[in-house]
Write a protein that binds this ligand. Structure first.
Ligand code: SAH
Length: 464
């Protein structure tokens, strides 16, 4: 982000516009909406600018702007439609330490004016750092349509009511009150009685909310999917948007956490496969503690919460404490990895079942029904299989699996840095070591990436 968006308080401040024609006028149309003191410097201002001066909206100085004029200016616009003159204005503004906008010239500007959607006091500013003005306009058009014109009135009246609304405790209760006002009660009252009806409406609504029963907390176990925020379910997004506390696992990506409500408390309860971890009992206690305070908690787990996510332990602990729980499913890593290589996990005539197994469990490397897994045509999605690759390889071959059974490792499935390593059972641990993976990886035993059948693998000597 080269340009940091801020909202500048310009009430009563001096803003200078150098220029007297259409370019200057375009900026003045925006600037006259503010409470700043505007001065236009131009030897020959056009009729529209004259009219603005006549109506008292700005002061007109009939000459070019000079260095001495910069004193006390908050902002300066160089809008002369004359490259040399604009450059001169930029120079004298910079020398005086005043922020300057060289209209339509990103490189020589200290700041840029964004596209705006104005529902004063609600103002949306859209910037693309000059990269895509067309896109900025399209976004503006969309927002203009979706933000009701009454929004400004709703917000203006609400601003005067903020003090009274503090009678409601900070947090969810107050938030629910305001969201009720903005999304339901306020627009309806505005339609019936206009802005004057809103103050009464707020009073009634506040009384209603003051008398409401205390909120009861809850825990929602949410599957965040394999990492790409676009692969969250709509329900998961909504839960994140509406939560007080997010307790997440290590694999949940920053892009997904960004979608949590801005004021939400975010706790990383990450557990590394073999490394330091937050003890399970502590996580359970944390869930119960937050929910008991009436908070809505999202327990965010990568992939699907019901797959190698220790969901039952947490669910049971919450239920035992009388906390209400629900589960929102997500896309598990096996589905993501299969999608990443364009293969289905089951296929008619090949395998009518698929197993999800873990490479290690609480006791170390996990034992499985190796004989069944080693049968031709089996497909196994192996979670946490990186470290246990050599063990898996040995067990499967010992139970009769063909050394050239295709095995594909998908690292960071669905993420921008997804990597696919096509291997064979005999070479699996070597290939994994060679690939030097740092992201989470799913091992798909029995599947090769689409299109690789034709590529003959150079045969290497099988490690004994
Ligand atoms: N509940 C999760 C699994 C948690 S166990 C799910 O349903 O996906 C953690 C393991 O999941 C990792 O060791 C890795 O094997 C796998 N995994 C999670 N995210 C992954 C991703 N984006 N790409 C590949 N494997 C992933």
């Amino acid at each position: 982000m080269k340009h940091f968006p801020i909202f500048l308080d310009v009430e009563g401040r001096d803003i200078a516009v150098s220029g007297g024609d259409e370019t200057a006028l375009a900026k003045l149309r925006l600037l006259t909406k503010t409470d700043a003191k505007l001065t236009v410097y131009s030897a020959a201002p056009n009729a529209d600018i004259h009219a603005l001066a006549d109506s008292g909206q700005l002061t007109l100085v009939h000459r070019a702007i000079e260095a001495a004029d910069m004193a006390g200016k908050a902002l300066v616009y160089a809008a002369n439609e004359d490259a040399n003159e604009d450059r001169r204005v930029v120079t004298i503004a910079r020398e005086a330490g005043v922020l300057v906008n060289h209209v339509d010239n990103l490189e020589t500007s200290d700041f840029i004016t964004p596209a705006m959607v104005d529902r004063d006091p609600v103002v949306v500013a859209i910037g693309t750092e000059g990269a895509a003005p067309v896109l900025a306009r399209a976004i503006k058009a969309e927002l203009e349509e979706s933000l009701p014109p009454a929004l400004g009135s709703l917000a203006r009246v609400a601003k005067g009511f903020r003090q009274l609304a503090q009678a409601l405790p900070f947090g969810r209760k107050r938030r629910t009150f305001w969201s009720d006002y903005y999304s339901r009660v306020g627009p309806r009252a505005f339609d019936k009685g206009g802005e004057t009806a809103l103050a009464d409406t707020l009073e009634h609504l506040l009384a209603e909310h003051m008398n409401a029963r205390p909120e009861i907390g809850s825990v929602t176990f949410v599957g965040s999917g394999p990492g790409d925020p676009d692969l969250l379910t709509v329900k998961a997004r909504r839960a994140l948007h509406d939560t007080d506390v997010v307790i997440h696992d290590r694999l949940v990506t920053p892009g997904i956490l960004d979608l949590a409500r801005r004021e939400a408390l975010i706790v990383n309860a990450g557990k590394r496969g073999f490394g330091p971890s937050t003890p399970q009992a502590e996580i359970n206690a944390m869930l119960v503690r937050h929910a008991s305070k009436g908070r809505h908690v999202v327990r965010l787990k990568s992939g699907d919460a019901t797959v190698f996510g220790r969901l039952d332990e947490e669910f049971d602990a919450c239920a035992a404490a009388g906390v209400s729980c629900s589960v929102i499913p997500g896309i598990t890593a096996a589905s993501a990895a299969a999608a990443g290589i364009g293969r289905s996990l089951t296929r008619r005539g090949r395998n009518s079942s698929v197993r999800l197994i873990t490479g290690h469990d609480v006791e170390g490397y996990a034992e499985h029904d190796w004989r069944a897994l080693a049968r031709p045509g089996e497909v196994v999605a192996i979670y946490m299989g990186k470290k246990s690759a050599r063990f898996l390889q040995g067990r499967l071959m010992m139970h009769g699996a063909a050394p050239d059974t295709p095995v594909t490792v998908v690292e960071s499935a669905t993420c921008a840095n997804q990597r696919v390593i096509a291997s064979e059972l005999a070479y699996l641990s070597e290939d994994i070591a060679e690939a030097d993976m740092s992201g989470p990886a799913l091992v798909l035993y029995g599947l090769a990436p689409r299109g690789t059948e034709a590529i003959a693998r150079p045969k290497r000597e099988v490690a004994q």
